[in-house]
Design a protein around this ligand. Structure first.
Ligand code: NZQ
Ligand code: ZN
Length: 386
């Protein structure tokens, strides 16, 4: 196991009605709030009104219209609003896109240059305004982590940045806020949670027993509860387990002591950089193909564990057959959840494969992945997804 530092930095308020703690979470940072949200789901669901009511003694400036795959332009606008209004604290209400956008806005307030510099060079992030979040989509883990992913459509770039200073101070996780999610977002969010776990589970370290057990448990939770949430959108138990899985899958616990690069994420970020697709959909399409591509003598044991411990498939003599059954189960699961499972279905063809593969390998440092991949390998995987 590699050395690591784990700091459970974010105060989590989890459960039904926990928004009642919002005033406490905000007031300790000040009275001037930048409220950041997306295209309006929080108005339809009533969360917006609840926030306004609870924070009626605060001065609230709003930044709305943050897109899925948040754009650098929204960050720039948020920084302008914060500086102009001397904002004390940013309240992000939404999914990963709104939270990520808020994090970089918070960092941009302490930076004189263009906010895009903070995305290309995390070293430029110093201080960050306090971030409080109200999560409405179980997927990214952004509610308790240091990451933010921002798109620059002019450059066809979607890049991750990270800083310990960007970790939210507090996050309110009320599973009832997930009731209004469209089915595709529930499914894509689950695929994202599972991918965060896969990226850490399929790594070279053999001695991370605890992290692996946690990973298997989180995967089982997703497999159990996503179909229930799809059938019964207002099932509290299902929503609560998916919401907590989202947070635990990417708050540093499962990845602690693991050092290799991730694989499907850098490739997916190229897909959504060029085509603006839903992150979890891209991951669901890539994951089973990547698994098939990297299955070999060196990796088969790991896939056998995955087959036995996550899918509970009965042991058979042929390890490769068992591994392939687990990969089939993964693909079937995403399909049954209603996710389009080919790139063709989401409007992507081979046009940009070469440049996307080159960038994924370079930016994602795929030579250091669980199974090292070069540009040709990534192109081969992308072709398998058509
Ligand atoms: O904009 P609104 O109207 O709010 O609608 C959103 C949006 O259209 C909707 N939605 C969210 N909560 C809802 C709801 N609709 C109804 N009811 C609710 N309760 O869902 C749509 C998607 O929202 P978005 O925030 O984009 O989804 P997600 O949470 O999946 O975030 C995706 C972004 O996060 C990045 C992705 O790359 C992508 O840009 N990631 C961030 C990570 C991180 N910070 O650690 C890691 C991830 O791997 C990922 O890369
Ligand atoms: Zn992800």
């Amino acid at each position: 196991m590699e050395n690591f530092i784990f700091n459970a930095y974010t105060k989590i308020y989890f459960g039904k009605g926990m928004i009642s703690n919002l005033p406490e979470a905000i007031h300790k940072h000040g009275q001037k709030v930048l409220l950041v949200y997306g295209g309006g789901s929080i108005k339809k669901s009533g969360i917006y009104d609840e926030v306004k009511m609870l924070l009626k003694d605060c001065e609230i400036i709003e930044l709305s219209g943050v897109d899925p795959n948040p754009k650098i332009e929204s960050v720039r606008e948020g920084v302008r609003l914060c500086k102009e209004n001397k904002i004390d604290v940013i309240l992000a209400v939404g999914g990963g896109s709104v939270i990520d956008c808020s994090k970089v806005i918070g960092a941009g307030c302490f930076y004189e240059g263009d906010a895009w510099d903070l995305v290309t060079d995390p070293g430029k992030i110093t201080e960050v305004l306090p971030i409080v979040t109200i999560l409405t989509l179980a997927a990214t883990g952004s509610e308790m982590n240091k990451n933010a992913v921002i798109s620059n459509p002019e450059r066809n770039e979607k890049l991750g940045t990270a800083s310990m200073s960007m970790i939210p101070q507090a996050s309110i996780l009320d599973p009832e806020y997930l009731y209004t999610l469209p089915a595709l977002q529930t499914a894509a969010g689950t695929a994202d949670i599972m991918s965060h776990v896969f990226e850490n589970y399929f790594q070279k370290e053999e001695d991370t027993f605890i992290q692996n057990q946690l990973a298997e448990g989180l995967l089982e939770a997703c497999i159990k509860y996503c179909p229930i949430a799809l059938k019964q959108p207002r099932n509290y138990e299902a929503r609560a387990n998916l919401m907590w899985a989202s947070t635990l899958a990417l708050n540093g616990l499962v990845g602690a002591g693991k050092s290799g690069s991730w694989t499907c994420h850098p490739i997916e970020h190229e897909l959504s950089a060029f085509y603006d697709i839903t992150h979890g959909v891209g991951l669901a399409i890539l994951t089973p193909r990547w698994m098939r591509y990297i299955l070999n003598e060196n990796t088969v044991e790991k896939f056998v564990n995955y087959a036995k411990n996550v899918w509970h498939l009965p042991e058979i003599e042929d390890k490769f057959e068992l591994a392939n059954k687990a990969i089939d189960a993964t693909e079937d699961f995403f399909k049954k959840c209603g996710i389009p499972m080919t790139l063709t279905e989401v409007g992507i063809d081979e046009t940009h494969f070469e440049i996307m593969a080159e960038k994924a390998v370079r930016i994602g440092r795929l030579s250091n992945a669980y199974v090292a991949l070069n540009q040709q390998d990534v192109m081969n995987i992308l072709k398998m997804c058509l």
